[in-house]
Design a protein around this ligand. Structure first.
Ligand code: F6R
Length: 365
């Protein structure tokens, strides 16, 4: 049932305030993360964690990449992230007391499951899955389980599963961070921001009409570049994946600082460049990267809460996102990128819920 929406994908994008709120429910108090959400044994295991290895595919892999920034900068723990199809076939070095984490909407992705089974033969401390499907293979075979509460996701392109995974990973970051010097006040601030997330996402969904307009400028394009820096780089990666899978426009993402090392050669007036540009420590750096793009005639689409920093012009379209705390910016900036890919696909007339060549759950290698 599409609940009155034209596609499951759109319904699922708009469900995000509700499912994020459900994912937080019972997992946070006013000021604290309740770590029992990760299972009865979580407390004991978390006490011993000295590092994290994350393995996943596709969109879930992008969630893992966001978590790496959080785990290292907020929890002070080393974190590696790898796609499951690579991880499972190589000899890996496992450091002592490392927690092995899989992230999966379906809980049945063949490569991710195989990676977990491989990991069990190595000397990991324990395994944790962040999953949306109860009773799935990954849930059954992991020591610790955190269930995202996204509800069934029917659209092949993952949307609400991704943002709920990010919430789960931030709760984990806090739970582990507490044991490594994360101040109580910082935890309380982060928890407060998470509690505001459903409302913030609702506000971001208000960009729908604006983005519908913007999407028309993409429909005749064959390529697009998505740029971000820091924790927004994996958000840009996810934006590019969404655009390619449902609109069939070739999209690539780059950390903006890498532009001059090659991809700048691609930039001309036919190359839309999407930038994820919240006002944070790296915005000035990003801004100068974007000036280089502009100097080559590139058409910029900047998602930012600092419209003044990127004045609109013929070449620059600024999409005004509300200002939010850094810790929830990845979730909030994901929303307009999901809407962008949706509306571009609509303009192009592609099959939004069932893109060619793709399956919802990849249970074969
Ligand atoms: C992209 C998408 C895929 C999945 C990937 C992993 O929109 O849906 O990239 O994210 O196949 O699937 P799960 O999370 O079920 O393991």
């Amino acid at each position: 049932d599409k609940g009155g929406y034209r596609h499951f994908m759109l319904k699922e994008i708009f469900e995000q305030p509700a499912v994020l709120s459900r994912t937080l429910q019972g997992r946070i108090s006013k000021t604290r993360v309740m770590e029992q959400a990760f299972g009865a044994d979580a407390e004991k295991i978390f006490d011993q964690v000295k590092g994290v290895q994350i393995v996943a595919c596709g969109t879930s892999y992008h969630a893992g990449l966001v978590a790496k920034y959080w785990l290292e900068s907020i929890a002070g723990l080393p974190c590696n992230v790898e796609v499951a199809s690579e991880y499972r076939y190589r000899r890996v070095f496992v450091s002592k007391d490392t927690l092995f984490i899989t992230i999966s909407q379906s809980g049945e992705t063949a490569d991710t499951l195989a990676a977990l089974r491989e990991a069990k033969k190595s000397h990991y401390l324990a395994s944790l899955v962040i999953c949306n499907a109860p009773n799935s293979s990954l849930v059954r075979e992991s020591d610790l389980v955190f269930m995202t509460q996204a509800g069934p996701e029917i659209g092949v392109a993952s949307t609400k599963a991704f943002t709920t995974q990010l919430v789960a990973l931030q709760l984990l970051t806090i739970a582990l961070g507490r044991r490594h010097g994360l101040a109580e006040q910082t935890e309380a601030d982060m928890v407060g921001s998470l509690a505001s997330l459903p409302d913030q996402i609702e506000t971001a969904l208000g960009l729908d009409d604006t983005i519908k307009h913007v999407s028309e400028k993409f429909a005749d394009k064959h390529h697009a570049l998505f740029l971000g820096r820091g924790v927004e780089y994996p958000v840009a990666m996810e934006g590019a994946l969404k655009l390619k899978e449902i609109s069939y426009i070739h999209a690539e993402s780059y950390p903006a600082g890498e532009l001059k090392h090659g991809p700048l050669a691609l930039v001309d007036a036919n190359m839309p460049i999407v930038a994820v540009a919240p006002n944070n420590d790296l915005m000035e750096k990003l801004k100068s990267n974007l000036e280089e793009v502009q100097a080559r005639g590139g058409k910029l689409f900047v998602f930012s809460d600092q419209a003044d920093a990127f004045p609109s012009s013929e070449e620059v379209t600024v999409i005004d996102v509300q200002s939010v705390p850094d810790t929830i910016a990845p979730m909030v900036y994901t929303i307009p990128l999901q809407l962008l890919s949706y509306h571009v696909a609509i303009v192009k007339g592609t099959d939004v819920d069932q893109p060619r060549n793709l399956a919802k759950s990849v249970t074969v290698e």
